[in-house]
Design a protein around this ligand. Structure first.
Ligand code: PGA
Length: 262
């Protein structure tokens, strides 16, 4: 494998879990067991725990915060929504956009995802845009068409500079929360396709710099294999991130890749 210069990115997606007290305890424990040096470690608590997590992290933290979603308007009469400016205000540097649970449970389509990506970048947040095929789409050989469509629609019109603030997370819907992860080879195949698709619009150099994460039943046991797979630049972790010791083990597997590359 050629050595990518992309800095690994490991994201903990807490989903709808943890109160403010639990968030602070998590951050304190993680700081005890994980001191990342050459990777980016991002925590995505629910909105209500962002402030508590930020406070527990403190100003010189090695971790960054992410929102799990964002609305595309800056402010106004949008009951229940949170803007990119609000995420920044509470200390977020990243935001997850277009998670398959948002797409499936809350009916988000590519147009909404696109507006959210644009709004996040406008406020200087980094976007982690999720995409992935359903089991039925995979079985009907639609994977390539689905993921490239989601990529093009979600990132439509972005400048090269904008693209550098975007990470993609390939999360096959059938692998999320099922205990049935994709194989590293399946991830590599899709990641390579996504990189080629990026290159076709934004050029080879920008595509080489873009980080593409894998997500879906990542565990402390399988994360090392994903991190060693070509074109996999990190992982987006759901269930296995809820225990800070387990998440630290996963993050260390990303750090190991950097060490192995030297
Ligand atoms: P999982 O979730 O690790 O629990 O499969 C991943 C995700 O949805 O981001």
């Amino acid at each position: 494998m050629t050595t990518p210069s992309r800095r690994p990115l490991v994201v903990a997606n807490w989903k709808m879990n943890k109160t403010t007290g639990e968030a602070a305890a998590y951050v304190h424990r993680l700081a005890e067991v994980l001191q990342p040096g050459s990777i980016d470690v991002v925590l995505a608590p629910p909105f209500t725990a962002l402030q508590a997590a930020a406070q527990a992290m403190g100003p010189s933290t090695p971790f960054a915060l992410a929102g799990q979603d964002v609305f595309w308007e800056d402010k106004g009469a949008y009951t229940g929504e949170i803007s990119a400016a609000m995420l920044k205000d509470v200390g977020c540097r990243y935001v997850i956009i277009g998670h398959s649970e948002r797409r499936r449970v809350f009916g988000e389509d590519d147009a909404a995802v696109h507006k959210k990506v644009v709004a996040a970048l406008r406020q200087g947040l980094r976007a982690i845009m999720c995409l992935g095929e359903s089991l039925e789409e995979r079985e009907r050989n639609r994977t390539a068409a689905v993921v490239t469509g989601q990529l093009r629609n979600g990132l439509d019109g972005l400048s090269q500079e904008d693209l550098l603030a975007v990470a993609l997370a390939y999360e096959p819907v059938w692998a999320i929360g099922t205990g049935r992860a994709a194989t590293p080879a399946q991830a590599t195949e899709v990641h390579q396709l996504l990189r080629e698709t990026l290159a076709a619009t934004w050029g080879a150099e920008a595509a080489q710099q873009s980080r593409i994460l894998y997500g879906g039943s990542v565990t402390a046991e399988n994360s090392g294999a994903f991190m060693r797979a070509p074109h996999v630049d990190g992982v987006l972790v759901g269930g296995a991130c809820l225990d800070p010791d387990c998440f630290a083990t996963i993050a260390r597997s990303a750090e190991h890749r950097v060490i192995e590359e030297r």
